[in-house]
Design a protein around this ligand. Structure first.
Ligand SMILES: *Cc1c(COP(=O)(O)O)cnc(C)c1O
Length: 364
């Protein structure tokens, strides 16, 4: 029997093969490859999808994060609050500018525990970076209240949450800037690296637009020392194609995960929970188990691949050893790193593949 992979990007391509191929050829034949009509159209369409006034296309999700903090003027001597159990890029978005990450433990939904933020606020705190991890919107009401109370900036890492809402409002629109990744495996994926920011603030949008192109507003008139972080025409065009199908792609994942929630039964695992008021777009279907490593090995022997998101929390990674944080300093984050497992989930996953995953987990 064919091995079931944790993710299958080819399936997502073949679902709309013809449309992707027509668009790719159109861009290749156009003779215009950087900052043209496709990027402009995608920015308009994605802003409209999220309900933001502005979208600026960038080269990656990490660029979206660090450029967001850069244009907000957050860097050296500043602190930014972020959850401990995130992908390390969230933290790099903060530290590339010289700011210090201050970690808060996650709640039972794998997002930042809003009740533990206030105790971490100091006079140096400038912003909260909310990560809508695995595709579920975070608990935004108390977080936006805290930002108002302490006059903090709010940045959202929406790399995993395209289309997820809290109280009917789209992630990426709660704060100053929403940061998106279109890395191929994300729910809105390109065929290479790509990212974007969304914002309602015209000045911030303009600052990012200038920054991404060497800091130049007009060619050869450079206002700031910027970066080269442009979304290219080919990726923008292909993203436009995928964006027209985002609703049905999300519905398909909802259906698969609905089946997982209904049919997975095993005392040795905990299923993911959904917060009241939040929607989940299922970037990953993440279960927990005290016997995670055994389960992973067992599933592998049954021909089912799984992944751990993420086995080493950022505060314990070698990159952040300079923060001097020891094992045990974030017990919940560290527990999740030992217990979480992402089971196979992708658009184009067959019912038979779903059934094999369910059966194997239930028998474990
Ligand atoms: C993927 C991801 C990023 C980084 O995006 P890239 O496009 O790979 O740079 C940042 N934060 C989170 C939570 C992610 O999942």
């Amino acid at each position: 029997m064919e091995k079931i992979m944790p993710n299958r990007l080819d399936r997502g391509f073949y679902m709309y093969q013809k449309e992707f191929e027509i668009k790719a050829l159109e861009v290749l034949r156009s003779g215009w490859y950087i900052l043209g009509n496709e990027v402009k159209q995608f920015e308009n369409e994605f802003a409209s999808f999220t309900g933001s006034k502005h979208c600026v296309g960038l080269a990656s999700g990490l660029d979206a994060l660090w450029i967001a903090f850069r244009v907000l003027g957050i860097g050296k001597d500043d602190e930014v609050i972020v959850q401990g159990n995130t992908y390390i890029a969230s933290v790099m978005g903060i530290t590339i500018n010289g700011a210090t990450p201050v970690f808060v433990e996650p709640d039972e939904y794998f997002n930042i525990d809003a009740s533990k933020i206030e105790e971490k606020i100091t006079p140096k705190t400038k912003a909260i970076l909310v990560v809508h991890l695995y595709g579920q919107a975070s608990n935004m009401k108390p977080i936006t209240d805290l930002c108002k109370k302490y006059n903090l900036r709010l940045v959202e890492d929406c790399a995993q949450s395209h289309g997820a809402c809290f109280d009917g409002k789209m992630t990426g629109t709660f704060g100053d800037i929403g940061c998106f990744s279109f890395y191929p495996s994300k729910n809105l994926g390109a065929f290479g690296d790509a990212g974007a920011i969304t914002t309602d603030d015209e000045k911030l949008a303009e600052a990012v637009r200038i920054f991404r192109n060497y800091g130049s507003e007009k060619r050869y008139h450079n206002k700031v020392v910027g970066a080269n972080s442009r979304l290219d025409e080919l990726q923008a065009g292909l993203l436009r194609v995928r964006l027209t199908h985002i609703k049905e792609l999300a519905e398909e994942k909802q259906k698969i995960c609905g089946r997982y929630l209904e049919e997975l039964h095993n005392d040795k695992i905990q299923l993911p929970k959904i917060r009241d008021g939040a929607t989940h777009i299922w970037h990953q279907f993440v279960i927990r188990s005290k016997q995670r490593d055994e389960l992973m090995k067992y599933l592998d022997e049954k021909g089912i691949g799984t992944i751990i998101h993420y086995p080493i929390p950022p505060h314990l990674s070698e990159a952040y050893s300079y923060l001097g944080m020891k094992g045990g300093s974030l017990p919940v984050t560290e527990l999740y790193a030992k217990e979480v497992l992402s089971i196979p989930l992708y658009n184009g996953m067959t019912e038979e593949e779903q059934a094999r995953v369910i059966k194997a987990i239930n028998v474990f």
